[in-house]
Write a new protein. Structure first.
Length: 162
C-alpha cells in the first residue's frame, strides 16, 4: 500500500501529482463519497469539470477508492474483536487461510509481538468463540490473543490524505 504524503509540497503518487488541492479532494470524498463534482469544485476552488478530472485521475491511479462502509453494529454484529495471531510458519500463508474464514473483516501481516492482526465481527459471544476456534485451527497458527472492542471511538471518521 502506498502511503500518501502529508501536508507540504506536491508529490507524485502512483503517477498522480498529489498537491494540497488533491489532498483536500480526498478529505472531502472521505467525508462523503457521493459528493458532486460541483460541490467538490466549489469547496476547493476548481470548476466542476476540473474537479471531475482531478477525481478521475485519483481513482484511475488507485490513490483513491470510493466504497460503501458498513457499520457492523447496525447490521447485527454485536461483538467485534481484534485478534493477535502468532504463527510458526510463513505469516502470509496463515493470513490467506484466516482471510477466508467467515466473520473475518480483514487481516494484516505485522511486525512485532504478533505475526497477524485480525479484525472479527460476530453476532454474539458464541459465534465469536467459533471464529477464534477456526483461527486457532489453521495449521500454522500456534497462539492467539483476543482484544474485544468495548467502545469504538472513530467509526466513520475521515483521516485525511495519508
Amino acid at each position: 500500500m502506498t502511503e500518501l504524503p502529508g501536508p507540504g509540497p506536491a508529490r507524485r503518487v502512483n503517477g498522480v501529482v498529489l498537491d494540497e488541492t488533491g489532498r483536500r479532494i480526498i478529505e472531502l470524498l472521505q467525508q462523503d463519497g457521493r459528493l458532486s463534482y460541483a460541490a467538490i469544485g466549489k469547496t476547493v476552488g476548481l470548476s466542476e469539470a476540473a474537479a471531475r478530472q482531478r477525481v478521475q485521475r485519483l481513482l484511475e491511479s488507485g490513490a483513491v477508492r470510493v466504497v460503501g462502509v458498513t457499520d457492523p453494529v447496525v447490521l447485527g454484529y454485536r461483538r467485534q474483536a481484534m485478534i493477535g495471531v502468532r504463527t510458526d510458519g510463513d505469516p502470509a500463508t496463515a493470513a490467506d487461510a484466516v482471510s477466508a474464514l467467515d466473520g473475518v473483516r480483514y487481516v494484516v501481516v505485522t511486525a512485532g509481538s504478533f505475526d497477524l492482526m485480525v479484525e472479527v465481527v460476530a453476532e454474539d459471544d458464541a459465534r465469536l468463540l467459533d471464529v477464534v476456534a477456526a483461527i486457532r485451527a489453521v495449521e500454522t497458527v500456534w497462539s492467539t490473543e483476543t482484544f474485544l472492542h468495548l467502545r469504538p471511538r472513530e467509526r466513520g471518521r475521515a483521516r485525511g490524505a495519508r
